[in-house]
Ligand binder design. Sequence first.
Ligand SMILES: [Fe+2]
Length: 336
Amino acid sequence: MTPDDFIPNQWYPIFDSSKLRRRKPVGVTRLGERLVLWRDSSGTAVCMADRCPHRAAELSLGWIRDDCLVCPFHGLRFDSAGHCVLIPANGEGQPVPRGFDLPTRQVREEHGLVWYWYGESAPAAEIPWFPEAPEPGSRTSFVQRDYPVSYLRVMENFGDMHHVPFVHRATIPGAGTRVEVQEARLDGDVIRMKVSLHHERSGWMRPDYNFTYAIRLPTLATIEVARGVRFVASATPIDRDHTWLWARYGQDYIPGWLGGGAITRLAAKFDLELVFTHQDMRMLASQQRNSPDDISSYHLFEADRAIALYFGLRKQAMDGVHSRVSSIKLRSAGAE
Ligand SMILES: [Fe+2]
């Protein structure tokens, strides 16, 4: 793992808040580090290294007692600030020697997610989000899954609608192959896109497909797939070559009391299991490269504009400079 694998000084979503229960710690690997998440007695999410300083067992296999995380191996207890407050083998009430404290990580909960600050600088005040993204509620549903592919491939996939008529011809039939980019702009640090897929020859049963979507650092995207139906997603790195994909779907049509939640859940499952896992992943896993962030072998064209903008923003953030975005050249039709 090199420090260059992930974009530094960013809030990353690392877990769905609804799955972080009181009394039960959970272990996850995010951004190359094994982490344990738990809630203290006030319900506040706590994040620490998932490794006991004693003999390196996973603390996420342990439990919570007296507002402390207990190591399952020898019962060492850690409070929410990471201080080791008890080594049972030394006896209750005995002072804990130095070196037993755990490094804690900055986390915050917003929009139904646990966010993790990755970087050396002080955490940014704002969580990166989209005002139009669905919030947790009776009409929304989330899905998640780990994939053996770099988060960058998933981010590219979020920016790419022109694979739909090929990769998804069986599940999302009828999309045209010609792309019209109607809008591609940077709104602050949000990439905002509007594209439509046209058929070469118009006709009955040959509708245009319109997509409005937005992408922002570090790993977020929201896509309106049909009017009033959209999802917000994060392709959070597990490590350099693995991604935790989380997505929350929402729709404006059917209220929760009419079964809107169940319908959204079905649609989300369909999209994750059938569309993404079986169709997109086949392509993403096949993309060949020396290292995940090396896109020098790509030849991009106009429909790839969102991808070029994302890599531009990413480079800017990695270099820590505010140069002009979009130095990546796009091949236009008829050009050399
Ligand atoms: Fe796809």
